[in-house]
Write a protein that binds this ligand. Structure first.
Ligand code: ATP
Ligand code: MG
Length: 515
């Protein structure tokens, strides 16, 4: 297996002299098992190819490497970032003169890979799951997430800087009061867990020049609390000892994800007021102490998620160096999430979409002068674009796919008689639903309203609009019954109240969603 890291990568301790262009090269599975494949040789060949053929490049640009000697070992080669890029949706060109290239050459592990994937024996093994990074199971997660704000990109940059700075010899976590700890919080189904995993994957790739190996530990908070009820604090202590032991290998980056962290870091103040058992208070204490000890492990990054931020202990929140609110998708994001799912259904031949429908719409608009510029622009969009989430090898250049929100706004503004404008209106109606619901609805609509029958895009949109209306109705009913339960809860004795308090999701009612 070729080494994941690139031996000629820049030393992270040296001050960079030039801006850096980040290039990611994903190897094929075959390359991973071929002892003759050398990362360094691949880096040299691609560097030369870029220098000989490009004057400037764009972020997110894919480089075709099939004709290179190393081409058969490469699944994807992409320019992913520039150290001086200020905008996250950066589509500017970067001249190669006076730029250093930094390569991340990697392959994806899978479950069969033995390499340091071993799960520790004993009780701890049920409290967390370990997997080597970057992993096939997490491939595509990063690209699948759609947010109004560039939350993933800004979190990635900050965490990368945190992990790089904590490597500095003079770095002192006590003086700087530094915890490699991030908290992603927000309403249910907004993509927090997916983002945490996607960040772990990206960190392992982008920091491979510092850490040649990386591992993900997913902590199962609810198992710790339920399986060892009464001794969960002991389990939390053990868990942190295991993490510290794993991180003694300084070439290994350990990313720890604690999902639903409120289970382990619940507010001690609230717990004592409600006479809750001491175990929860002790486990929060143990967690805080464990976090303080982990400060001395610069190669460990903890990413926690929660949708009950109000029930988190203040001392825990105070330790989170990064706190990011992950919002429910707005109208544009709803459109893009629907689009990615519907394009997948089109690729699978489950939905039939004939672009001639759209061309007719466009031609009707232009019937006076009959200018075909928009029609040809639609054709070229379909020919050139592909869904990034699928990866370039799956790019479907010939099939017709739905265009982006911007494209529809530009070409169909206020044309409510057209299919794409109808789709846009429908996405606006769906704003406020969770990312989870949005991702599920098109497939559900396809099979619920049109089982076993051919389904055109028009049919699907019709079914989808019913599905959206129904989902909103169910959500309203749920909220109503939650309020009723809470009102009833006020009349029941205090000890029983705590279980109802956990149900507090109405705090999200105030978050407005702008189209
Ligand atoms: N912004 C988004 N863009 C694309 N997909 C999303 C988004 N938000 C959620 N999803 C999808 O919804 C599903 C659930 O997401 P995830 O489990 O990450 O949400 P969560 O915030 O952790 O939810 P919970 O609070 O219930 O744990 C995933 O399949 C994810 O891809
Ligand atoms: Mg989650």
């Amino acid at each position: 297996m070729p080494p994941r890291n690139d031996s000629h990568a820049r030393n992270p301790m040296q001050a960079p002299t030039k801006p850096i262009l980040f290039v990611e090269v994903q190897l094929t599975d075959k390359a991973a098992t071929d002892p003759l494949v050398r990362s360094e040789a691949i880096r040299r060949e691609i560097s030369k190819y870029i220098a000989d053929n490009f004057v400037q490049v764009q972020i997110n640009q894919h480089l075709s490497t099939s004709f290179l000697m190393c081409g058969k070992y490469i699944r994807n080669c992409q320019i992913v970032d520039h150290s001086e890029s200020i905008s996250y949706a950066d589509d500017g060109f970067y001249p190669l003169v006076d730029t250093d290239l930094q390569f991340s050459i990697y392959h994806l592990f899978n479950d069969e890979d033995e390499l340091f994937a071993s799960q520790p024996e004993g009780e701890e093994s049920t409290s967390f799951k370990a997997m080597p990074l970057p992993h096939k199971a997490l491939d595509g997660l990063w690209e699948s997430l759609i947010f109004e704000e560039p939350i993933p990109e800004s979190a990635l940059r900050v965490i990368m800087s945190m992990l790089t700075i904590s490597q500095q010899p003079l770095f002192d976590p006590t003086v700087l009061n530094w915890h490699n700890l991030a908290l992603l919080y927000g309403p249910p189904g907004s993509g927090k867990t997916t983002l945490a995993k996607a960040l772990a994957q990206r960190l392992s790739i982008r920091l491979s020049h510092i850490y040649p190996m990386a591992k993900l530990l997913e902590i199962n908070s609810s198992t710790i609390l339920s399986k060892w009820f009464g001794e969960s604090s002991k389990q939390v202590g053990k868990l942190f000892k295991t993490i510290t032991a794993i991180s003694t290998d300084k070439s290994l980056l350990t990313v720890v994800i604690i999902d639903e962290v409120e289970t382990l870091a619940s507010s001690r103040e609230k717990a004592s007021q409600s006479d809750e058992c001491g175990d929860a208070i002790r486990s929060t204490n143990e967690l805080l102490q464990g976090l303080d000890r982990l400060c001395r492990c610069p190669n460990v990054m903890l990413i926690c998620t929660s949708n009950l931020i109000n029930s988190l202990d203040d001392a825990f929140v105070d330790r989170c160096t990064i706190q990011k609110f992950v919002a429910t998708p707005n109208a544009k994001c709803s459109f893009e999430i629907f689009r990615s799912v519907i394009n997948k259904l089109i690729d699978m031949n489950s939905v039939f979409f004939d672009s001639s429908d759209l061309e007719q719409d466009l031609m009707m608009e232009n019937s006076d002068g009959c200018n075909y510029s928009q029609t040809s622009s639609l054709r070229s969009w379909n020919m050139e674009s592909y869904d990034g989430a699928l990866g370039p090898e799956n790019a479907s250049y010939s099939s017709t796919r739905l265009p982006s929100f911007e494209w529809v706004e530009r070409n169909f503004a206020n044309r409510d008689d057209t299919l794409l404008w109808e789709f846009r209106t429908l996405a606006i109606n769906a704003a406020g639903l969770s990312g989870r619901a949005l991702r599920r609805l098109p497939t559900l609509a396809r099979f619920e309203y049109k089982p076993d029958k051919p389904c055109s895009l028009r049919d699907l949109l019709h079914a989808l609009s019913k599905g959206i209306a129904e989902k909103h109705k169910n959500n309203n009913q749920d909220q109503h019954s939650t309020r009723t339960i809470k009102q009833k809860a006020k009349t029941i004795p205090k000890q029983e109240e705590t279980s109802v308090d956990e149900f507090d999701e109405t705090i999200w009612d105030d978050i407005s969603v702008s189209p």
